[in-house]
Design a protein around this ligand. Structure first.
Ligand code: UTP
Ligand code: MG
Length: 472
């Protein structure tokens, strides 16, 4: 399905040159009624040209907008075309005009959409050339920062807020397929390029509808931009289509859907000519790891996603078992569910207990597994599938020393791209090493302590990003 066309193309703006010659830029049109009293528009001539500006001014006035000829303090909205936010700000500076915090700098698409709608449409991220930065705390520092902050998107996911509200799914789904295909082909560079591109698009508060919208967005390499362009024009990407129909991709996708099967095993089975799981299961010459055996045995259960309700129920079981051995332990759900996801491929838990000793930590997980094993035997439940009243769910349990809990929590909450980027940021921007256990400052040659995730972000000089904003 093709994307909606650029609103610029949807409005017929009439014969530009011929008519606009008759209208000087300084023409005043007092005859039109002003319908929207609160808005005072100024249309920037820079890069737009005199004739088009005059034409838009006349049209806007006819539609009931108040449009001023001259720049003044009464202007509430500046409309520009083919200008970035920084270019408009620079121009304003050149005019000695102090941009007040109320001034909106907008792309012409807002005016055109508004004129088409007959009323000012809501200003969204795709219209706004700059956004106001309200994220900083209202400290005296705020007074020093300029009221308008240029919308600059960081190349690091740990400096972006990425909720589950993805405005660009049509592109990110395509990138996910391509990244996965490159992963299957062990092409790390291209795989990472598409994962980064998907990640940055997930953080945008607007949908990309034209290539102009991609300007200034980092992590979009030429290869990526080609795919975006194709999707904008045709509604789909031929490369993605080809990958989805590719035998190798389909086989790897199927094989890796079995718990315990990675790229090496998939490669082996593919080379052996296998294309279905049934044939693989029947091959007596193949040796399966215990994980793969479980993967085949509970295949149907494990490929169906875990719901939040199921995750909560598992949480109760985990707590009950852990508290039988460590009554003071904290059990926290991490991974995707902590980031607010409604479904997951597994349920991740972090366990930590104040005052626990090394041996308590080492023994806890075997003890918990043992307890569950005994319960399973006592209840007469077995791995038999017929008439079963239970569902196999993958659960990841992580136990960590109490003083490292903040690092473990940050590390196991994900997303994977968020983790990749916060580590990359630590290394390249702060000369620090971050992992699931600690943060090391290479300059000071010390380990930095932290009691909470907030403290780790502060050590790294990063604004705090909430778990539900880490869906990069
Ligand atoms: P998951 O693979 O469970 O991903 O790892 P998820 O984000 O919960 O998404 P689902 O499960 O597919 O719905 C959770 C986090 O744990 C960390 C990663 O940061 C990941 O984001 N992790 C996972 C590790 O640090 N090491 C590992 O070996 C696995
Ligand atoms: Mg998970």
């Amino acid at each position: 399905m093709p994307l909606p066309t650029n609103p610029l193309q949807m409005v017929h703006l009439g014969p530009r040159k011929k008519r606009s010659r008759q209208m000087g830029a300084s023409m005043v049109c007092p005859s039109h009624d002003v319908k929207f009293q609160d808005l005072v528009l100024y249309i920037l001539e820079k890069k737009m040209g005199t004739t088009r500006r005059a034409f838009l001014m006349e049209l806007a006035r006819r539609k009931g907008f108040r449009v001023e000829n001259e720049l003044s303090d009464s202007i509430t909205h500046i409309v520009a075309e083919n200008n970035s936010g920084s270019e408009v700000l620079e121009w304003l500076q050149g005019q000695n005009h102090k941009a007040s915090s109320q001034l909106e700098l907008l792309d012409v698409s807002w005016l055109i959409e508004s004129m088409a709608a007959g009323t000012p449409v809501e200003m969204t991220g795709k219209h706004q050339l700059v956004k106001r930065d309200y994220s900083a705390s209202p400290s005296p520092e705020l007074q020093k920062t300029p009221p308008l902050v240029i919308k600059k998107i960081s190349q690091y996911a740990c400096q972006r807020r990425t909720t589950l509200n993805n405005c660009n799914q049509i592109f990110t789904d395509a990138f996910d397929v391509l990244a996965e295909n490159y992963e299957f082909r062990e092409n790390e560079v291209f795989c990472l390029a598409f994962m980064r591109a998907a990640s940055v698009l997930k953080s945008l508060p607007f949908t990309i509808i034209s290539m102009k919208d991609t300007e200034g967005i980092p992590c979009l390499e030429d290869k990526v931009k080609c795919i975006i362009e194709e999707i904008i024009e045709d509604g789909e990407s031929s490369e993605v289509k080809a990958v989805l129909n590719d035998e190798r991709y389909q086989s790897f996708k199927l094989f890796t859907s079995v718990f315990g099967v990675g790229l090496k095993t998939s490669e082996k089975w593919f080379r052996m000519g296998y294309r279905t799981l049934n044939k693989i299961k029947l091959d007596k010459t193949l040796k399966f790891t215990p994980m793969q055996k479980a993967g085949f045995l509970y295949y149907e259960d494990l490929v169906s996603c875990v719901t939040r309700e199921e995750a909560e129920a598992v949480g109760m079981l985990v707590k009950e078992a852990v508290w039988a051995f460590l009554p003071e332990a904290f059990v926290t759900m991490t991974g995707g569910f902590r980031r607010g996801k409604k479904i997951g491929h597994d349920v991740d838990f972090l366990i930590t207990s104040p005052g626990s000793r090394d041996e308590d930590e080492e023994q806890l997980l075997p003890k918990v597994i043992n307890l569950w094993e005994r319960k399973r035997v006592d209840s007469g439940k077995c791995s038999q599938q017929e008439g079963k009243t239970w569902k196999a769910i993958r659960v990841d349990l992580v136990m960590c020393p109490y003083e490292r809990r903040a690092f473990a929590l940050l590390g196991w909450t994900g997303s994977r791209q968020f983790e990749r980027d916060i580590r990359r940021y630590a290394t390249h921007e702060r000369k620090m090493i971050l992992d699931n256990h600690a943060l090391y400052d290479k300059t000071k040659k010390i380990f930095l302590k932290a009691e909470s995730e907030e403290e780790i972000f502060a050590h790294l000089g990063l604004d705090y990003i909430e778990p539900w904003e880490r869906n990069a």
